[in-house]
Write a protein that binds this ligand. Structure first.
Ligand code: C2E
Ligand code: CA
Ligand code: CA
Ligand code: CA
Length: 277
């Protein structure tokens, strides 16, 4: 038993070592990717249940690795966050998004609101210039309503007075704030009390299981009812079927996002979408 224990210990360290090497090499690749324009954005439309023609979409980061192909954001964003590279990446996202919004306004005469995912480091890191984002927006001649900042619970969990002050500044300037992945954390509801929120995004795990797990349907409905009473807009994410769409619509949900409406699109396809809507 002792020998076996020793062996498994060796295997364990060996695997850990392999994983660590893999991470370091991916991080090096990511550093290079930022400089080498391997990162790009896809846009996923968000539509209004009541048929209002508001043009909204979420910007989703993509990495086309020259050898390894597409690397999912869930694999490289945590790495970017731990290494601090997320600051540079997010500033690029912000630049890119605002440049496009301006372009669409001029060349297509379309006013689009783009949601940007933000990371904890934006609000905590001293180097971050998220506070400059506001002046950059206005410098470009864009209104604060052109962007929406999505924040997740893991950000708010560690948040202090400084973070809520930054969020409050944005909101006061007219930037919409959405609480992303709502319902997946331990204290989603208490954040509604502490932080300014214009929208909540019901996590796709609830929406996906809504038609099989009756509790999840009840939870969705309760979230919608609560949000309405608080004057908060509700976006359902991960809407994949007409059945889910119809149920959410009947519950009074405000916006839908998901494969049923559209998958995240390459910018060219998104521009076609804008022209048609
Ligand atoms: P998220 O913010 O919750 O984004 C929604 C995810 O759900 C996206 O995955 C999207 O492609 C996927 N999705 C959309 N509709 C459906 C659907 O109908 N069914 C299913 N099963 N999935 C759907 P993606 O693009 O892989 O992004 C994963 C996460 O990476 C995002 O989760 C977000 O937390 C993070 N992320 C993406 N872009 C950025 C970024 O620019 N900055 C930061 N900080 N995080 C980002
Ligand atoms: Ca999001
Ligand atoms: Ca989400
Ligand atoms: Ca998520």
């Amino acid at each position: 038993a002792k020998a076996q224990g020793k062996n498994s210990y060796h295997y364990f360290t060996h695997d850990m070592q392999k994983a660590a090497i893999k991470r370091i090499s991916l991080l090096n690749d990511l550093r290079y990717a930022v400089k080498n324009n391997e990162l790009f954005l896809e846009y996923q439309p968000i539509v209004c249940f009541n048929g209002t023609k508001e043009l909204k979409a979420e910007a989703l980061l993509r990495w086309q690795h020259p050898q390894k192909g597409r690397i999912p954001p869930d694999d490289f964003i945590p790495l970017a966050e731990e290494s601090g590279l997320i600051i540079e990446i997010s500033n690029w996202v912000f630049e890119e998004v605002t440049k496009r919004i301006k372009q669409w306004r001029i060349s297509l005469s379309k006013d689009v609101q783009i949601s940007i995912n933000t990371s904890p480091s934006h609000y905590f890191n001293q180097e971050s210039n998220i506070t400059e984002w506001l002046s950059l927006l206005l410098d470009k001649g864009l209104s604060a309503r052109s962007i929406l900042l999505e924040v997740t619970e893991n950000l708010l969990m560690e948040a202090d007075a400084d973070v809520s002050r930054k969020l409050f500044q944005f909101r006061q300037a007219g930037v919409d704030i959405a609480l992303d992945d709502f319902g997946t954390g331990f204290s989603s509801i208490s954040y509604l009390k502490k932080f300014p929120t214009d929208y909540i995004k019901i996590d796709k795990s609830f929406v996906n299981s809504m038609t099989d797990v009756s509790n999840d349907k009840v939870l969705c409905e309760a979230i919608i009812v609560m949000a309405k009473k608080l004057g908060i807009g509700v976006v359902a994410e991960g809407v994949e079927t007409q059945e889910q769409f119809d149920i959410l619509n009947a519950m009074g949900c405000d916006y839908a996002q998901g494969y049923l409406i559209a998958k995240p699109m390459h910018i060219c396809d998104f521009e076609t979408y804008l022209k048609e809507n």
